[in-house]
Design a protein around this ligand. Structure first.
Ligand SMILES: *[C@@H]1O[C@H](CO)[C@@H](O)[C@H](O)[C@H]1NC(C)=O
Ligand SMILES: *[C@@H]1O[C@H](CO)[C@@H](O)[C@H](O)[C@H]1NC(C)=O
Ligand SMILES: *[C@@H]1O[C@H](CO)[C@@H](O)[C@H](O)[C@H]1NC(C)=O
Ligand SMILES: *[C@@H]1O[C@H](CO)[C@@H](O)[C@H](O)[C@H]1NC(C)=O
Ligand SMILES: *[C@@H]1O[C@H](CO)[C@@H](O)[C@H](O)[C@H]1NC(C)=O
Ligand SMILES: *[C@@H]1O[C@H](CO)[C@@H](O)[C@H](O)[C@H]1NC(C)=O
Ligand SMILES: *[C@@H]1O[C@H](CO)[C@@H](O)[C@H](O)[C@H]1NC(C)=O
Length: 914
C-alpha cells in the first residue's frame, strides 16, 4: 500500500468516530478501587471502566468523610472525586492495603480534588505522600476543581502496602481516590524492593484517555495535547506485542502515531523538571501503522539526545503492527532537561513517527522497614486491644512517625526490631496477648495501669532479652511463671507487679504453697541429699584424677560455674540469668537500647572503679562489656519518680537516633533509684581538651584534622536537626568527642527537646536556662526559646575555638567574647592574628578565610542571618575539598553515570532496517 497524506486523514476521521478499540472485558483480578470518604458499605460501578468502587472504610481507621461543594460537582467530575477523606489530626495517617502480596509489583494511584469540601476556600494545600516507609511525593493543591493524581510502580515489602498522608503544617491532608493494580512479574522490572518508579508522564497520540479495560493493568494513557506541526496517523488493526515484552503497552495506545506535518524530517520534544539530580527512565514506543511491504517506501529513524553528536539510538525501522520500544538500561541524570530528536536517516523516504511515551523518575527506598515478624506480632497486639494512638503504617520507620510507645533499634540497613513496648495507661482489657512473646528482641515491656486479667503467660519467659516487665496496677491473677520469678530474684529482670492482688509466686507465695511446705521440704531433702553426696563424690573423684596427672580440662569447668556467684565472675551466660537454655546461646549483648540491671553495671564498671568524667547529669564511669567493647556510663545522682518518666522518654528518643557522628547510646539502666545511660566510649575525649591542651594526653591537631572534626560534628548536628527534629541546646567543644582515629561525634543530646513530641520541655527549666556560658545564642535573652539556629550559633563558637585555640570567654580580656575578638581581627584582615599559634602558620589561606567567614555567619546576632546546619555542612565540605586539592567532588562520577546510561542502551526486537 502506498503512503500519502489523504490516506492519513481518512484514517483519523474514521477512528475519531468509532472511538478506540475495546477489548473484551476480563475479570478485574486483584484491583483495589477505593472511593475515599464514601460511606461504609457503599459501592458503585464506574461507568467508564465498569470497575466497582468501594468505600475506604475497611482500609483506614482515621480521618473524616466529606462531600465536595455542590457548585464544584458537575458531570465532568468523576464520581470518585465527589467525596474525600480528610485528616485534621495526627501527623501521619495511613491506608493499609492488605490485598498486597509480599514481593509483588503494584501500580498505585492516588487522586485528589479539594472541591472546597471544608468550605474554607483554601487556595494552597501542601502535604506529603509516603508509600510504605519512603517518601513518595509532595502534593500541592492550588486549584479546587482540578483533579491531581500521583502514580507509582512499587514492590510490596510485606503482605500489605501502606500509603500515608503526612501533615507538613501547610494545610489539612485529604484524599479522594486510591487504586492499586497488581502488575505481572515480568513488566517494569526496574521497580524492585530498593527502588520505585514514580510516574512523570504517560502519553499517547490518540484523542481520549485510554485505560482499563483497554489496558489490562489500568494504566492511564493520556492524549498528548495538540503538538504544533504534528499530525496523527492511526489504524483500527490491533497491534501485537512481542513475546517477553517488558511493558506490554496496550494495542489501544499504540494504534496512533504522530509525525511531522510539514516536510520536516524530525520530531523534537523535551522533558525535565530543571533539577539535575532527578533520575529519569524514558520508554519510547513505536509501531509502524502503514504497510510498507512491497512498496519502495521506507521509514528509518535514529534518536538524538540534546546536543550529542552520536545518536542515542542507532537507525531502526518500527515494525509493522508490532509493539516495539526503546529505553536506556538505567536512569538518566545530571541534566536539567532532556531534548530528544527523532530524525529520519538520509535513505529513509518517510518522516519519523512515535506512538507513545512513558517517563518515570526514580525513588530510592532509603528507610529501613520493621522486621516483618515484629510487624505481624505488634499488629496482632494492636488488633487484639484495638489500640488507636498513631499506630498506622510501619511501626518503627521513619523514626519521626514511629508508633507511640514503641522503642526500636536497627543496625545499618537491617530491618528494625521492636525492643521496647510501653502500653501503660492504654485502657487494655482481656488477657496478656501471646503475641508479645513473638517480639523476639523485646527488652522492655510496660503494661502497667490497664485492666488486664487472667494469668501471666508462660511464653513471656521465652523472650531472651527481656529485662523489664512492668505489670503493675492490673487485675492479673494466678501464679507467675517460675523462670520469670527466678530471673527477677537473681537481679536479671526488673519485675513489677504491684496492684495485682491475685498474682502470686513472687512477693507473696501462692495459696497451696504453704500447705505443701512441709511435704516439699521432706521431698527436697530426700532428693537433694543423695545429689549432694553424689556430687561430692564426683568432685573428689575428678580432683584426684587431676592431681594424679590424668588431667581433664573439661571436668572442672561446669562444676565451677554452678557454684559461682555473678559477682565473682563475669560471663555472658551469667548476665543473661539463670534460665538454663540461655547458657547455650551467647547472645550479642550490644543491642542498642539494651536495658542493664544495676548489678550488670557493677560488673561492667568493675564496681564503678574508673571515673572518666563528670557532667551536669552525674558521674561518668568507664566500663567494659562482655565482648570487650569499651563503654562510658553516665550515672545519675538522684532520681525522682517524675525524673524516671522523663528519663525513659529520653531513652526512647535516643535509641531512635543513629548516626555515625553522634555518640551512640548502647543501653540504659532504670532500676529503683538507679538511673544510668551506657554510651559508646570515645577514646580520645573531647575536642576542647585537645584545643586547650589542658590534659597531658592532648594532641596538637593540624588544620586539616580540625576541619575534618568540625565537618563531622556538623554532619552529626545536621542529622539531629533534619533527621530527628531534635535541638541539641548545649553544643560546645566539650560535647564533641573524638574516637581512636579522631572521628568526631556529638554527645550529650540526651536532654534536648524532640520538637513537637511533647510540651513537657516547655516548662521553665528548659527555656533559656539550658546551655553553657559563651555558647548561648544572644537572641535567647529576649525570645527565651531554643531554635535550630541557637544550635548554629553555638556551633559557630566551636568553629571559632577550632580556628583560634582560644576559649569562648577569656577572663584576661574582661568580658570580650570570642565572636567580638575574631570580628575585630577580621576587620583588620589579619589572618595570622586570628589563627591558633599552635598551627605555626601551616594552613591554606583560601580554606581558612572561607571557614572564618562561615563561622562569623553562624554567630550573627540575628538568627535569620545564620545559615542552617545543612549549609554549614556543605560549606565545610567545600573547605575540606580545597584542602584535599586535586580531588574533585563527585561531578566526574555523575558524568560517568550519565554516559553509561546512554551507552548501554537496549534495543529489543529491533527489526533490520530496510
Ligand atoms: C452511569 O450509569 C448509571 C447507570 O447506568 C447512570 O444512572 C449514570 O447517570 C451514569 N453516570 C454518568 C456520569 O454517565
Ligand atoms: C460495561 O458494561 C456494560 C454492560 O455489561 C457494557 O454494555 C459496556 O460496554 C461496558 N463498558 C466497558 C467500558 O466495558
Ligand atoms: C482549575 O481547574 C479546572 C478544571 O481542570 C479548570 O477548568 C480551571 O481553568 C482551573 N482554574 C485555574 C485558575 O487554573
Ligand atoms: C533493584 O534494581 C537495581 C538496579 O536495577 C539494583 O541495583 C538493585 O540491587 C535492585 N535491588 C533489589 C533489592 O533487587
Ligand atoms: C516544520 O514545522 C516545525 C514546527 O512547526 C518548524 O520548526 C520547522 O521549521 C518546519 N519545517 C519546514 C521544513 O517547514
Ligand atoms: C532479634 O531477634 C532475632 C530472632 O531471635 C535475631 O535473629 C536477631 O539477631 C535479633 N536482633 C538483634 C538486634 O539482637
Ligand atoms: C540507511 O542508512 C543508515 C545510516 O544512515 C544505514 O545504517 C542503513 O544500513 C541504511 N539502510 C539502507 C536500507 O540502506
Amino acid at each position: 500500500m502506498g503512503f500519502h497524506g489523504q490516506a492519513i486523514y481518512a484514517f483519523i476521521l474514521h477512528l475519531f468516530v468509532s472511538g478506540t478499540g475495546v477489548l473484551a472485558q476480563s475479570s478485574n483480578q486483584g484491583f483495589v478501587n477505593l472511593d475515599c470518604g464514601l460511606p461504609r458499605n457503599e459501592n458503585y460501578i464506574d461507568n467508564s471502566t465498569n470497575l466497582t468502587y468501594y468505600s475506604d472504610y475497611e482500609s483506614i481507621s482515621t480521618g473524616k468523610s466529606y462531600i465536595i461543594a455542590t457548585n464544584v460537582i458537575s458531570p465532568s467530575v468523576p464520581r470518585q472525586y465527589e467525596t474525600v477523606r480528610s485528616f485534621p489530626t495526627g501527623s501521619r495517617n495511613c491506608y493499609t492495603l492488605e490485598q498486597a502480596v509480599q514481593g509483588e509489583r503494584y501500580l498505585l494511584r492516588a487522586g485528589f480534588m479539594y472541591g472546597n469540601y471544608d468550605g474554607s476556600n483554601s487556595n494552597a494545600i501542601l502535604f506529603d505522600l509516603h508509600v510504605g516507609v519512603n517518601f513518595w511525593k509532595t502534593i500541592e493543591i492550588t486549584n479546587s476543581s482540578y483533579t491531581y493524581e500521583a502514580e507509582i510502580i512499587t514492590v510490596a515489602v510485606a503482605n500489605f502496602v501502606s500509603v500515608c498522608l503526612i501533615n507538613t503544617g501547610r494545610g489539612i491532608p485529604f484524599i479522594s481516590l486510591l487504586e492499586m493494580r497488581p502488575l505481572k512479574d515480568s513488566i517494569y522490572t526496574l521497580a524492585n524492593a530498593s527502588q520505585s518508579l514514580d510516574l512523570y508522564e504517560r502519553v499517547y497520540m490518540g484523542p481520549y484517555a485510554v485505560r482499563y479495560p483497554s489496558d489490562p493493568y489500568d494504566r492511564v494513557w493520556q492524549p498528548w495535547g495538540p503538538a504544533p506541526g504534528w499530525i496523527t496517523i492511526s489504524t483500527k488493526k490491533s497491534i501485537v506485542n512481542y513475546k517477553d515484552d517488558e511493558f506490554e503497552a496496550p494495542s489501544a495506545a499504540l494504534q496512533f502515531a504522530a509525525m511531522p506535518a510539514n516536510k520536516s524530517r524530525e520530531l523534537n520534544f523535551d522533558f525535565g523538571d530543571g533539577h539535575t539530580t532527578t533520575e529519569y527512565f524514558f520508554i519510547f514506543y513505536f509501531s509502524e501503522l502503514v504497510d510498507l511491504s512491497g512498496s519502495n517506501q521506507s521509514r528509518i529513524l535514529s534518536i538524538y539526545l540534546s546536543t550529542d553528536t552520536d545518536p542515542w539510538a542507532e537507525p531502526f525501522s518500527p515494525p509493522y503492527l508490532r509493539g516495539f520500544y526503546l529505553h536506556a538500561n538505567g536512569f538518566f541524570t545530571g541534566r536539567t532537561s532532556y531534548n530528544f530528536s527523532l530524525q529520519a536517516t538520509e535513505n529513509s523516504t518517510l518522516p519519523p513517527i512515535i506512538n507513545a511515551i512513558e517517563v518515570f523518575t526514580r525513588l530510592v527506598s532509603t528507610e529501613a522497614t520493621t522486621n516483618l515478624s515484629d510487624v505481624r506480632a505488634i499488629t496482632a497486639i494492636k488488633n487484639q486491644y484495638g489500640v488507636k494512638k498513631n499506630w498506622m503504617g510501619d511501626p518503627c520507620s521513619p523514626v519521626k512517625y514511629a508508633w507511640d510507645g514503641l522503642t526500636c533499634n536497627s543496625r545499618g540497613n537491617d530491618p528494625e526490631n521492636i525492643i521496647g513496648v510501653d502500653l501503660s495507661y492504654s485502657g487494655l482489657t482481656g488477657n496478656i496477648s501471646d503475641s508479645f512473646a513473638l517480639l523476639n528482641n523485646l527488652t522492655y515491656l510496660d503494661l502497667s495501669y490497664n485492666n488486664l486479667t487472667g494469668a501471666v503467660l508462660y511464653s513471656l519467659t521465652t523472650l531472651p532479652f527481656l529485662t523489664v516487665l512492668n505489670l503493675s496496677e492490673n487485675q492479673l491473677s494466678g501464679r507467675l511463671p517460675d523462670p520469670l520469678v527466678k530471673r527477677a530474684k537473681a537481679g536479671y529482670l526488673v519485675l513489677q507487679i504491684n496492684g495485682n492482688d491475685d498474682l502470686c509466686g513472687y512477693k507473696n507465695s501462692c495459696k497451696g504453697d504453704k500447705e505443701m511446705t512441709t511435704a516439699n521440704i521432706i521431698i527436697l531433702v530426700m532428693v537433694a541429699v543423695p545429689i549432694v553426696l553424689i556430687s561430692v563424690v564426683f568432685i573428689i573423684y575428678f580432683f584426684c584424677i587431676n592431681l594424679s596427672g590424668f588431667s581433664s580440662d573439661m571436668s572442672m569447668q561446669p562444676l565451677r560455674s554452678e557454684t559461682m556467684s555473678p559477682k565473682e565472675e563475669f560471663s555472658p551466660a551469667h548476665l543473661m540469668g539463670p534460665m538454663q537454655y540461655m547458657a547455650h546461646e551467647v547472645p550479642d549483648m550490644r543491642i542498642e537500647g539494651r536495658q542493664f540491671t544495676y548489678r550488670q553495671l557493677e560488673l561492667i564498671t568493675n564496681n564503678f572503679g574508673r571515673v572518666v568524667g563528670k557532667g551536669g547529669y552525674g558521674i561518668v564511669y568507664h566500663g567494659c562489656l562482655e565482648d570487650g567493647t569499651e563503654v562510658a556510663i553516665k550515672v545519675s545522682s538522684k532520681a525522682s519518680t517524675q525524673g524516671r518518666k522523663e528519663f525513659f522518654a529520653e531513652v526512647r528518643s535516643l535509641t531512635k537516633v543513629h548516626h555515625k557522628n553522634l555518640v551512640a547510646l548502647i543501653g540504659y539502666c532504670m532500676e529503683g533509684e538507679h538511673l544510668a545511660l551506657v554510651f559508646e566510649y570515645m577514646a580520645l575525649g573531647c575536642l576542647k581538651d585537645h584545643l586547650t591542651g589542658r590534659t597531658s594526653t592532648a594532641i596538637v591537631l593540624s588544620w586539616k584534622q580540625r576541619l575534618q572534626i568540625v565537618y563531622e560534628a556538623a554532619k552529626g548536628l545536621d542529622y539531629l536537626h533534619t533527621g530527628c527534629d531534635i535541638i541539641h541546646r548545649d553544643v560546645k567543644s566539650s560535647n564533641i568527642l573524638l574516637g581512636q582515629n579522631l572521628e568526631a561525634k556529638i554527645s550529650d543530646f540526651g536532654f534536648s527537646k524532640v520538637s513537637g513530641s511533647s510540651n513537657r520541655m516547655d516548662r521553665g527549666s528548659y527555656v533559656g536556662l539550658v546551655g553553657t556560658p559563651g555558647y548561648i545564642d544572644p537572641e535567647l535573652s529576649t525570645t527565651l526559646r531554643h531554635t535550630y539556629k541557637s544550635d548554629v550559633y553555638s556551633f559557630g563558637v566551636v568553629i571559632l575555638e577550632m580556628l583560634t585555640g582560644e576559649p569562648p570567654n577569656r577572663n584576661i580580656d574582661g568580658d570580650s567574647h570570642i565572636a567580638k575578638r575574631v570580628a575585630s581581627k577580621v576587620a583588620k584582615g589579619n589572618i595570622n592574628a586570628i589563627m591558633d599559634p599552635k598551627l605555626r602558620g601551616e594552613f591554606c589561606q583560601n580554606s581558612v578565610w572561607k571557614v572564618v567567614d562561615l563561622a562569623m555567619r553562624c554567630v550573627a546576632l540575628s538568627s535569620s542571618q545564620r545559615p542552617t546546619m545543612v549549609e554549614v555542612v556543605l560549606q565545610l565540605k567545600e573547605c575540606l575539598d580545597l584542602e584535599t586539592a586535586g580531588q574533585p567532588n563527585g561531578s566526574i562520577e555523575d558524568d560517568v553515570r550519565l554516559s553509561s546510561a546512554l551507552a548501554v542502551k537496549t534495543i529489543k526486537f529491533a527489526p533490520a532496517a530496510r
